[in-house]
Write a protein that binds this ligand. Structure first.
Ligand code: SF4
Length: 464
């Protein structure tokens, strides 16, 4: 028997962190950064509050309902676990009774509160309350980071904050002015995502068309060549990086500035998807002025017509607000006409609801809630007519579809999306069992499908 005993295996208890991510895709990317960092440092995640050593809640503070949802979630985490760190937009909101933050005022026992995009502050709080484990074997993390989205699509945040001051919005007061990420970093992240299996990249920010304004469109570097920090150059480079992977690039939150016209040929060439998410919010120039919307002086109808001439397959998705303070029936009719004439493919609409701290609350002419709701309903009737007709026109066409789910080994059909559908916000393509018995649908892969019917906001297709 050897007299040297084998060293005792060191038992390392890995601390577990519970994580709740609320809010928009921008908040989601913040969550991904924090989760990536936690994983890189060797923390594990817990699916339950009870099974965690500490819980992080990434909050949203955009509208009153989101504030309530965030505060309720913090309350639930405190009740179930007791050790909670709060981050995100709501964390930046000042208290009403003179307190530092609203969160501390309502939930004084939270361990720490930070604002949005504060990975380092959140990690500092985690280190203080749940010291990090020392285990070199857990220091491994996939190069694309930890994604909260399915493996085949990902959001790419290109900037933070916003230089506009739309009167209904409090985001700039929470997130500050526009800060664009260096273009080299953005493109590096994009390539890592494609290498990690991402087939659809969704470019997000508060104002994608303003990318680089704060940096005076500075020239950065990517792959050893100069590239301007500007939406057009970014879109072109992303399209080129995506091409060898056969992946899609989709632009969100683009305002109708003249400069956007230059990106349309990239869509016509197939470099990026012919899809634009343009949050118009209204069409009437007076309402847009009261909203202080970016590009409010632009002739949007003419602009859209030109976009469609240059790229006939372009799909335009937008959001609108019905019943903004002072909106007359005539102004509202203008909006309905706009949706019909502009043939907005996908439209969402909110009935105006006052957001605490927004400048619009001081505007004259607040409409009764019933009027705001009734206008929203009328808007949606028109928007759905337009959208349904556009969907019907696709029957008989063969479209490329990215498969999101495919049970039963992909032989019994599944669900996917065409270029016209962004995840979560647009419709889907319900896939029937493939025509050929040998064909199998695989999640995260493309298939071609012949469109045979429509179903509400969705299409139905047969994989071919
Ligand atoms: S563009 Fe307007 S609505 Fe959008 S984040 Fe900036 S201020 Fe808010």
């Amino acid at each position: 028997m050897s007299d040297t005993a084998a060293p005792e295996a060191q038992h390392i208890t890995v601390p577990k962190v519970g994580f709740v991510s609320l809010g928009c895709p921008k908040a989601l990317t913040d969550s991904e950064l924090i989760l990536t960092q936690l994983s890189a440092e060797g923390y594990q995640t817990s699916k339950t509050f009870e099974g965690a050593d500490l819980v992080i809640v990434n909050t949203c503070g955009f509208i009153d309902e989101a504030v309530k949802e965030s505060l309720d979630t913090i309350g639930e985490a405190l009740a179930a676990n007791g050790r909670v760190i709060v981050t995100g937009c709501l964390g930046a909101k000042a208290g009403q009774a003179g307190g530092d933050t609203l969160v501390k005022e309502i939930h004084p026992s939270v361990l720490a509160v930070t604002g949005p995009h504060a990975t380092q502050e959140v990690m500092d709080a985690v280190h203080a309350h749940l010291p990090k484990p020392h285990d070199p074997f857990v220091d491994l993390v996939p190069p694309a980071g930890i994604k909260l989205t399915p493996r085949h699509y990902a959001y790419l945040k290109i900037s933070e904050g916003c230089n506009h001051r739309c009167t209904f919005c409090i985001i700039p007061s929470m997130r500050g002015d526009l800060v664009s990420r260096p273009i080299g970093d953005v493109l590096k992240e994009a390539r890592a995502l494609f290498e990690g299996g991402v087939k659809e990249l969704l470019v997000v920010s508060q104002d994608t068309s303003a990318y680089g304004v704060d940096l005076k469109y500075r020239t950065g570097f990517w792959d050893g060549r100069p590239v301007k920090t500007r939406m057009l150059e970014l879109a072109q480079a992303l399209g080129e990086i995506a091409a060898p992977y056969g992946a899609w690039v989709r632009l969100h939150y683009v305002y109708p500035y003249p400069s956007v016209d230059e990106a349309i040929p990239l869509m016509a060439q197939g470099l990026i998807l012919p899809y634009l998410d343009v949050p118009f919010q209204h069409s009437h120039p007076d309402v847009l002025r009261r909203m202080k919307r970016p590009a409010s002086g632009e002739r949007n109808l003419e602009r859209i017509e030109r976009w469609r001439e240059a790229c006939p397959e372009i799909v335009i998705r937008s959001t609108f607000i019905a019943g903004f303070p002072g909106e007359t029936e005539e102004e509202f009719q203008h909006l309905l006409d706009f949706v019909r004439e502009a043939q907005i493919d996908r439209a969402g609409c909110f009935a105006y609801s006052p957001v605490e701290g927004a400048a619009a609350n001081a505007l004259a002419g607040m409409l009764p809630k019933e009027v705001r709701e009734e206008r929203r309903a009328r808007f949606m009737t028109v928007a759905e007519e337009v959208s349904a007709a556009k969907l019907r026109s696709r029957i008989g066409a063969t479209m490329q579809v990215l498969v999101d789910s495919a049970p039963a080994l992909g032989r019994k059909g599944g669900v996917g999306r065409s270029y016209a559908d962004a995840p979560e916000i647009d419709g889907t393509v319900r896939l029937l069992p493939p025509e050929k018995l040998s064909k199998q649908l695989r999640v995260g892969e493309f298939t071609r499908a012949r469109i045979v019917a429509t179903e509400g906001h969705d299409l139905v297709g047969v994989p071919v």
